[in-house]
Design a binder for this molecule. Structure first.
Ligand code: C2E
Ligand code: MG
Ligand code: MG
Length: 661
C-alpha cells in the first residue's frame, strides 16, 4: 500500500514538473520574437502619435502618451528578460509571464479605447482609418503570436476589437456598421486561430518533453548493469575518461582496481546460474558498501568488477584492495548458502601506470592476470615486467599463427634408448620454432599460448602427420611418441586426425605412442577415457608423461590403462644423492612392473644417473647425456647406423667438445 502511494506521489510530482516545464516553454514563446514585439510597440507608438498630431485633441494625446509608455515599458522588460536569460540567472518564469501579461492587457486595452474615442469624437476618415487599422492589425498579429498563452491572446483580441467595433457602430454609416459586425465575427475567428495554434504548440512541447524524458531514461539504463544495478563497463569508461580529462596536473592520481572472483565458474556450474547471479548481486552490494563514497564500482561483465578511486595512489589503494580481499576471504553468504569464493585484484595507478584510460585498464587487467597466476586471493600492483611479458606473449601469438600457416614449425625427434639392448627404441617428437625476432622459442613457452588461443588442435594434428611421415621410414621396432595436449583430447577431432595420418603415411598404429599428462584426469567427464580406450583398441600405445608432477593421486591408474610411464626429470635430478628421489624412482619402477607397464626415465644428464636407473630396473632412458632432440634427418641417420647408448654418448661428447673449442 505504502509503495503504491509512493509511486502515485512520484507520478503526480513528475506530472507537475512536466507541466511546469511546458508552462516555462510557453512563457518563452511570448518573448520568442523580440522583433515582432518591437515592431508592434513601435507601430502603436507612431500611429497613436500621428493621430494625436492630426486631431490636436487632449484626450488622444493622453491615450497616445499612455500607449507610448506601455510600448516602451514592454520593450524594456523584454530586454531585461533576455539579459537575465543569457546570464543564465534562474529566471522566474511566473514573474516574467505576469509582466508580459500586464503589458499585453494594458496595451490591447489602450488600443481599443483609443479606437473607440477617435471614432466617436472625430469625423476625420484618416483618423478613423489609422485607429481601426492599428486595432485590427494588432489583434490579427497577436492572435497567432501569443497563442502560447491562449487566454492572453483571446483577451487582447477582445480588448482591442470590441471597443473598436462599438466605436464603428456608434460612429454610424452603413459601411461602419458592416465593419463593426465583421470585427465581431473576426474576434471569434481569431479566438479559434489562437486556440488551434495553442493546442498544436502544447502538443509539440509535450512530445518534445516526453522524448527528452525517454532519452534520459534510456541513457540511464544504458549506463547501468541490468543484473546488479551498479554501473556497467560503458559508464565506467566514460567516468574514467572524465576523470582523466579533469586532472590538470600530472600529479593527480587515479587508482583502478580490477577485481575478479576466483572459481566463479565452479559456482555457476555446480549451483546453477540463479545462484551465480545472486552471488554477483551480493558482491556488488558488498563492494558498494565497502567503498562508502571512496570510489566508484562498475561490473565489467561476467564476474569482473572495476573500482575507480580518483585522487588515490598505490599507498591508499593497497589497503582498500586488502579490505575487499578480507570481505570475500572467507567466502560469501548468499541467503542460506555459503559460497566458497575469493577474489583476485589487479591494481594500476594513473598516470604512472597508464597515460590514458585504455592503457590504465589494460595494466590493471595485466596485474589481475598476475594475481591469478600467483595463486589467486591476492591483490597485485602493476609492474612494467608484466607489460613486457604481455608484449612477448602477443608477439608469440602473432608469430605462431603465421608459422603454422607457413609450416615453419619444425618437428624434431629425441631418441629414447632401450637400457637392455642399448638401441634406439622410441623417438619423441618435439616441436622447434625460431621466431623471426625473438629467436628460438621453447615449446614449454609457446604450447600453453597455442592452447589459450585455440591453435593447439591444428598444431597437434600437424605434429602427428609429420611424426607418422618420418617414423614410417624407420625400422619396424622403433616407435614414435607424440605429446598430446589435454585440450586436443577434449575436442573430439583427435581420433580422425590420427587415423588419417596413419592411413596417409602407412605407419602401423602399434608404432605410434600418445604422451598425455596427469592433468587430463582433472577434467575428464568420461569422454577422454573412452577415446583413449578406443585408440588403444586399434593398437596405439598410451604413455603417461611427466609422472609425479601433476595430479597426485594414484587412483586413476586403476581405471586408465597405460602402456608406459615416463618419470619426470625432476626425480632424476637428485637421484644419485637424494634418498627420497631414489625411493620414488624405485617404487615407480616396481609399480610399473607390477602393472605390466614400460617405464621411461626422462632427463638423464649424467652417467651416474644412467647407472642408477639401470640398476633400478628402468626399461628406457631419454636425456641430453645420450642425445637432445634432433632433426628428422639426423635421427634417421642415427637409427640407420644402429647407434647404441655408448655411441650416442660419445657422439654427444664430441659435439659438446667441438662447440666449446
Ligand atoms: P616433455 O614432453 O616432457 O618433453 C621432454 C622435454 O624435456 C623436452 O623439452 C626435451 O628437450 C627435454 N629434455 C630431454 N632430455 C633432457 C635432459 O636431459 N635434461 C633437460 N633439462 N631436459 C631434457 P622441450 O622440447 O623444450 O619440450 C618441453 C615440453 O613442451 C615437452 O615436455 C612437452 O610437454 C611440450 N611439447 C613439446 N613439443 C610438443 C608438441 O608437439 N605438442 C605438445 N602438446 N607439447 C609439446
Ligand atoms: Mg613428452
Ligand atoms: Mg616429459
Amino acid at each position: 500500500m505504502r509503495t503504491i502511494y509512493k509511486k502515485l506521489m512520484m507520478v503526480v510530482a513528475n506530472r507537475k514538473v512536466q507541466e511546469a516545464d511546458i508552462h516555462r516553454a510557453l512563457v518563452e514563446t511570448l518573448y520568442a520574437s523580440p522583433a515582432s514585439l518591437a515592431i508592434g510597440a513601435l507601430a502603436g507608438l507612431v500611429i497613436s502619435m500621428t493621430m494625436a498630431f492630426i486631431s490636436r485633441d487632449l484626450l488622444v494625446w493622453i491615450s497616445a502618451g499612455m500607449i507610448s509608455l506601455i510600448a516602451l515599458g514592454r520593450i524594456i522588460s523584454a530586454v531585461y528578460y533576455y539579459r537575465q536569460k543569457r546570464s543564465q540567472e534562474s529566471a522566474s518564469y511566473h514573474f516574467w509571464g505576469n509582466v508580459y501579461e500586464l503589458g499585453a492587457w494594458a496595451y490591447a486595452a489602450m488600443l481599443g479605447v483609443q479606437a473607440f474615442v477617435t471614432l466617436i469624437r472625430f469625423d476625420d476618415p484618416a483618423i478613423h482609418m489609422l485607429s481601426v487599422l492599428l486595432a485590427v492589425g494588432y489583434a490579427a498579429g497577436i492572435a497567432g503570436r501569443n497563442a502560447g498563452r491562449v487566454e492572453i491572446a483571446v483577451g487582447q483580441v477582445c480588448l482591442a476589437l470590441l471597443p473598436t467595433a462599438a466605436g464603428l457602430w456608434l460612429a454610424g454609416g452603413q459601411g461602419y456598421h458592416v465593419l463593426a459586425v465583421i470585427l465581431l465575427v473576426m474576434v471569434l475567428g481569431m479566438a479559434e486561430i489562437s486556440r488551434t495554434t495553442h493546442r498544436i504548440v502544447v502538443e509539440a512541447l509535450r512530445g518534445k518533453r516526453q522524448k527528452s524524458l525517454l532519452a534520459t531514461k534510456y541513457e540511464r539504463l544504458a549506463r547501468q548493469d541490468s543484473l546488479t544495478g551498479i554501473e556497467n563497463r560503458m559508464a565506467m569508461q566514460i567516468r574514467l575518461r572524465d576523470a582523466f580529462d579533469a586532472s590538470d596536473s600530472p600529479q593527480d592520481r587515479l587508482a583502478v582496481l580490477w577485481m575478479d572472483l576466483d572459481r566463479f565458474k565452479e559456482v555457476n556450474d555446480s549451483q546453477g546460474h540463479m545462484m551465480g547471479d545472486a552471488l554477483l548481486i551480493t558482491v556488488a552490494e558488498k563492494i558498494s558498501a565497502l567503498l562508502a563514497g571512496r570510489g566508484y564500482v562498475a561490473r565489467f561483465g561476467g564476474d569482473e568488477f572495476v573500482i575507480l578511486c580518483p585522487g588515490v595512489g598505490l599507498k591508499e589503494a593497497q589497503p582498500l584492495a586488502d579490505d575487499i580481499l578480507a570481505t570475500f576471504g572467507c567466502g560469501v553468504d548468499v541467503g542460506p548458502h555459503h559460497l566458497p569464493v575469493t577474489a583476485s585484484i589487479g591494481i594500476a595507478v594513473g598516470p604512472q601506470d597508464g597515460q590514458d584510460v585504455d592503457e590504465l585498464l589494460q595494466h590493471a587487467d595485466l596485474a589481475l592476470y598476475e594475481a591469478k597466476t600467483r595463486g589467486r586471493n591476492c591483490a597485485v600492483p602493476f609492474a612494467r615486467v608484466m607489460k613486457e611479458r604481455f608484449n612477448r606473449i602477443h608477439e608469440i601469438e602473432r608469430g605462431l599463427r603465421l608459422a603454422l600457416e607457413q609450416e615453419e614449425l619444425a618437428v624434431w625427434f629425441q631418441p629414447i634408448f632401450d637400457v637392455q639392448s642399448g638401441q634406439i627404441h622410441i623417438c619423441e617428437a618435439l616441436l622447434r620454432w625460431r621466431h623471426p625476432v625473438l629467436g628460438a622459442v621453447s615449446p614449454g613457452e609457446f604450447i600453453p599460448i597455442a592452447e589459450s588461443m585455440g591453435l593447439i588442435e591444428a598444431i597437434t594434428h600437424y605434429v602427428i602427420r609429420q611424426a607418422c611421415r618420418e617414423a614410417v621410414n624407420w625400422p619396424e621396432d622403433v616407435r614414435v611418441a607424440v605429446n598430446i595436449s589435454p585440450i586436443s583430447l577434449r575436442s573430439g577431432e583427435l581420433p580422425s586426425a590420427i587415423i588419417s595420418a596413419l592411413l596417409e603415411s602407412g605407419l602401423a598404429p602399434s608404432r605410434l605412442e600418445l604422451e598425455v599428462t596427469e592433468s587430463i584426469f582433472l577434467h575428464d567427464d568420461g569422454q577422454t577415457h573412452q577415446m583413449l580406450q578406443d585408440l588403444q583398441k586399434i593398437g596405439l600405445r598410451m604413455v603417461l608423461d611427466d609422472f609425479g608432477t601433476g595430479y597426485s593421486s594414484l587412483s586413476y591408474l586403476r581405471s586408465y590403462r597405460f602402456d608406459s610411464i615416463k618419470i619426470d626429470r625432476c626425480f632424476l635430478r637428485g637421484i644419485v644423492t637424494s634418498r627420497e628421489d631414489q625411493a620414488i624412482v624405485r617404487a615407480v619402477g616396481h609399480m610399473a612392473d607390477a602393472l605390466d607397464m614400460e617405464i621411461v626415465a626422462e632427463g638423464i644428464e649424467t652417467i651416474e644417473q644412467l647407472d642408477y636407473v639401470r640398476l633400478a630396473g628402468i626399461h628406457n632412458v631419454q636425456g641430453f647425456l645420450m642425445s637432445p632432440a634432433r632433426t628428422a634427418d639426423e635421427v634417421m641417420e642415427m637409427i640407420a647406423q644402429g647407434i647404441r647408448i655408448k655411441d650416442a654418448m660419445a657422439r654427444r661428447r664430441d659435439e659438446i667438445r667441438a662447440r666449446c673449442a
